[in-house]
Ligand binder design. Structure first.
Ligand code: AMP
Length: 410
């Protein structure tokens, strides 16, 4: 399928070509024809899937094709988005795709002088992109009339709910015409989102796009090939080279969690564990000190760490590979929360290569290999405190035995 095959205004096709979009993405392929037909859409799609153009292209076409006399003043399409950045980004997409149309777009959000925005709105805007807070404010002050809106888009509806915009959103619905086309986009789905969606759309076309890369873009993640018996040396190395960082280490079982802790103790590294064998009070106090940063390295099992949100984890180590891709995404997602950057490294032994393949297959792409030369690998082992302690004790033992032999000879 090519954009050329769509029955859309030539000026928009020209901009699509200029942006170098070769063919529609999955969501565009599924959404554009339905939006053009005037259908309501309920789509589960993440950022990065091309969802903005999926609604901007058909909306621009619909508005462009309206006859001049059918173009009364006032906003004809309203797009609600959770944040300033997203609202601006959407406006940019409308501007670049609508460059050769007579459709106008504008973006309003908090933190900007209201008067300036009102002046702009009075010039007549076709597509208004707004955050719910500022929008509700403008409507309340009667500085914005929404009764001409024909198309309503809710983008990242789940995020808007998370940010507590539900009240503003419901309030705003009262000012919108009942007869309209509604396009509802959310990255995730749960009961609350479903309730909200179904209260807004009618006989909607449902579209679900599985994300191309479920690991967030701000997380750098890679895999190192490390043999099972050498993993402790590599963990010691990682901790020592990232001494100030908050590190979350995942292991497969609680027994292994305790073993890894002991191994780190032998190198004089302080860590703690969290797993189901620990008392609730112990777990809470461990989590408290990890949250505050007093404890720098926490060793956890999958179950114990599910759903916990710890601020500022800079590094996740998969000491053992998780057994499902879902757990992989969940584990590495403990770092790089929000807009922070995060790093994740997995130690993969010979025995775990099959698991790695499965995870990669489910992720839809390979995990970056962190190459280690033979000599670098050996150096990590040689530099281990545990190994050097062993060497020291061996040398000591050897010297003592030599002295003993000398004494006997005397
Ligand atoms: P979005 O999911 O809307 O945030 O879009 C993600 C990125 O995909 C943006 O940088 C778009 O410019 C780009 N994009 C959208 N549609 C296409 C397409 N058909 N071909 C290539 N890139 C696209």
């Amino acid at each position: 399928m090519k954009f050329d095959n769509y029955n859309i205004y030539e000026g928009i096709k020209k901009s699509i070509a200029k942006l170098d979009y070769k063919k529609p993405t999955d969501i565009q392929y599924k959404a554009i024809p339905n939006i053009l037909k005037g259908e309501d859409v309920l789509a589960i799609a993440q950022t990065g899937t091309g969802k903005t153009a999926a609604f901007a292209i058909p909306i621009l076409h619909i508005l462009q094709m309206k006859k001049i006399k059918d173009r009364p003043d006032g906003v004809k399409c309203l797009v609600m988005a959770p944040t300033h950045e997203l609202a601006q980004q959407i406006n940019e997409v409308f501007k670049s795709l609508g460059k050769h149309t007579r459709v106008t777009s504008f973006c309003v959000h908090g933190g900007v002088e209201r008067a300036e925005q009102v002046e702009h709105l009075n010039q007549g805007i076709d597509v208004l992109i707004a955050t719910p807070g500022r929008l509700a404010d403008l409507v309340k002050r009667r500085q914005l009339d929404l009764h001409r809106v024909e198309i309503l888009v809710l983008d990242e509806a789940d995020h808007m709910l998370d940010l507590g915009f539900i009240g503003d959103m419901q309030h705003l619905m009262r000012f919108l015409p009942k007869r309209r086309q509604t396009l509802f986009f959310s990255a995730t789905i749960n009961e609350t989102i479903k309730d909200l969606a179904f209260s807004l759309v009618h006989n909607a076309i449902r579209i679900q796009i599985s994300p191309k890369d479920p690991v967030a873009k701000n997380i750098q993640h890679g895999v190192s090939f490390v043999e099972m018996d050498d993993k402790r040396f590599f963990l010691e190395n990682v901790i020592k080279t990232n001494i100030d960082k908050k590190i979350l280490v995942f292991v497969r079982t609680k027994v292994r969690a305790e073993r890894v802790k002991k191994a780190m103790e032998r190198c004089e590294l302080v860590t703690d564990t969290i797993h189901s064998d620990k008392l609730q009070a112990e777990r809470e106090s461990t989590m408290k000190s990890f949250r505050s940063g007093d404890l720098k390295v926490l060793i956890a099992t999958d179950v114990s760490a599910r759903g916990i949100d710890i601020p500022g984890v800079e590094l996740v180590i998969n000491y053992d590979l998780p057994n499902t891709a879902e757990n992989y995404v969940h584990r590495v997602g403990r770092t790089g929360r929000g807009s922070q950057k995060g790093q994740a490294v997995s130690f993969c032994s010979k025995e775990e290569k099959e698991l790695l393949e499965e995870i990669e297959q489910n992720l839809g792409k390979p995990i970056k290999i962190l190459e280690l030369s033979k000599s670098d690998y050996q150096q990590v082992i040689d530099l281990s405190e545990e190994v050097s302690t062993d060497w020291k004790s061996l040398i000591k033992e050897h010297e003592l035995s030599k002295k003993g032999k000398k004494r006997k000879k005397k």
